[in-house]
Design a protein around this ligand. Sequence first.
Ligand code: ADP
Ligand code: MG
Length: 586
Amino acid sequence: MKLEGSTGSGMVVAALGNLMEVEFQGDICQGEMAMIHLGNLKLAAEVIEIAGNIAKIQVFEDTRGIKLGCPVTFLGNLLQAELAPGLLTSIFDGLQNPLEQVASVSGLFLSRGVYLPPLDRKRKWGFTPVAKIGDSLIRGDSLGWVPEERCKHQIMLPFSYLGTYKVVSIVSSGSYTIEEPLATVIDSNGKEHTLNMLQKWPIKFPLRQGEKIKPSKMMETGLRILDTQFPLLKGGTFASPGPFGAGKTVLQHHLSKYSSVDIVVIVACGERAGEVVEVLRTFPHLIDEKTNEPLIKRTVMICNTSSMPVSAREASVYMGITIAEYYRQMGIDILLLADSTSRWAQAMREMSGRLEEIPGEEAFPAYLASRISSFYERAGAVRLNNQMIGSLTIGGTVSPAGGNFEEPVTQATLSIVGAFLGLSKARSDARRYPAIDPLISWTKYLDQVGIELEKKLPGWTDKVKRISRILREGDEIGKRMEVVGEEGTAIEDMVTYLKSELYEICYLQQNAFDKEDSYCSLDRQIELFKLLHEIYNLSFHFDSHDEARAYFLTLQSEIKNLNYLPFRQDNYLLAKKAIEEKIKMI
Ligand code: ADP
Ligand code: MG
C-alpha cells in the first residue's frame, strides 16, 4: 500500500540503542518504513514519532556502526505483509524475510541488512478462474483459486480496494506467477486496475471482510485436559502462562501438530536463543500422523532471529496475525500460536523507556493492556461475503518472572482471553504433564462445547463439572491428609481423594512423547471418560485405608495401561467388566 505524497529523506542526528532521531525533509507519516544507509548496507526501520522536522525511528536490525549523518530514505509504505500463494511451508522473520533463502545467501549466521522478496517470483501456480466478465466484486471476493498444499488458495480482490469493482477481463485456466496479470477490473470512477495474485496489507491493521460471529465449533486438540476439562473454540482465544520450564513450548508444539484446524501460524518470539534454531531444525521434518504428510505443509512460521533487536518481536507478532487473517478470508480454520507474548511485552517496555513515556505498572507502558487486547481481538469466526465461515484462534504463552501471575502481562491477558490454561511449577516438578493446573485454569467455552458433546455422551457438561468438584475436594483432602495423616481422615474422604488422583493420573496426565498417548482422539476420550465416570458411580465399602489405597492403585495401573494401547472400543468395555467383577469381591 503506497502512502500518497510521501517523499521524505533525512539523516541520523541522534541514536539511543535502536532508536534513532532523524532530521528530515518532505512528507513522512507515522508508521512509515525507512531505510538507514550504512555504506552498502541498508537497515530497515519504522517511524514511531514525529515532532517538527525530527522523526524517531526504531531500527529492526543491529545498529552497530550507525553514525551521525547517515542518510535515511523513507519508503512511502507502512510495514506490510505480502499475501499470495507460497506462504505455506515458509519460514519468515518479523519483516517477512524468507529465512531459508536469507541463510543460503548469507550463510547460517544470518547477516543484517539482507532483504529478499518474501515470496517466490518465478514459481508458477495453476490458476482456475471463478469470477466472470461483468461480475461486480468487493474486497475479499474471489477471482479464482490455486492449489497450495492441501488448501484452495483463493485469489481475492485486494483488501485495500474499497467500493465495488467490475470485472472487464480475466485469464483462462493456466499457470501464472504471482506477479503476472490475471484480471482487469474498473472502479466506480471508470478507472482500470490490473490484478495479479499478490496483494499487500499493513500488518498493524486488522484484515477482515465479513461479519464477526460468535465462535461455536470446538477446536479439538487431542489433549484430554483441554478437550474435556478446558475446551477451546475455533475462533476463540486462550493463553497459557507458566514459569520457565513448565512446558509452555511443549504444549504449543503439541497444539501446532494436533489441533483440528487447516493452517497453523507459529510465531516464535525467541524465549531462549537456541530454541528458535531447534524449531527450525526439527519442525520441517515432523510428520502429521493423521495424514502422513509433513506438518510444515500446513504451517507458516515467523521466527525472531537473535541477530535482530527486540523491536522485531513486535513485527513478528503482527506479521503472523496478518497472514493468519488473510487465510481466514478463504473460509478455513487457522490457529495462531505466539510463544512468548511476554517477550513482545518486554520489547514494548524497552521502546517505551527509550521514548521517555510515562511508565505504568512494573515500567510497562500504559498502553500495554490495550495492545494485548487488540492482538487477541483479531481472533474470531467470520461469516464471509459468500456465507462461508472462516475462523482464527489465537493462543499465546506468557512467561511471568518467577511464575507470578499477578504481574501486568498475565493480568492484561487474563482479562481478554476466553480460556486460561495456567501451568504450574509444582506439577511440572512432579512430572505431571501437561502441567496445566486444573484448579486455577478456566474456560468460557465449556457450555458451548457441551452442546456438541452432549450428542456423544448425554449429560456431558454436568459430568465435567462434577469431576471438577471431585478434583477440588480431592485437593483439599490431600492437603489435610498431609497434616493429619491417612488414619486421621475418614475413609469416604480418602475415597474422594483417591478418585481425584485416579482422574489426575489416568486422564489429565498425558505423555507427550508416547506414540499412542500423545494424541487422544475425542472418541477415545469419551470412552475413557465414561469408564472413569462409571467407576465413580460405584459404591465402595473398604474396611481400611490400606485396602482403599491398594484397590485404587491397581485400578490406576490397569486404566493407565489402556492409554498406551492402540485405541479399541472393546478394550474399554472389557476393562469395565473386569472392574465390576473386582468390585463385587470387595
Ligand atoms: P517452557 O517453554 O515453559 O520454558 P518447555 O516447554 O521448554 O518449558 O518444557 C521444558 C521441559 O519439560 C521439556 O524439555 C520437557 O522435558 C518437559 N516437558 C514439558 N511438557 C512435557 C510433556 N507434556 N510431556 C513430557 N515432558 C514435558
Ligand atoms: Mg518455552
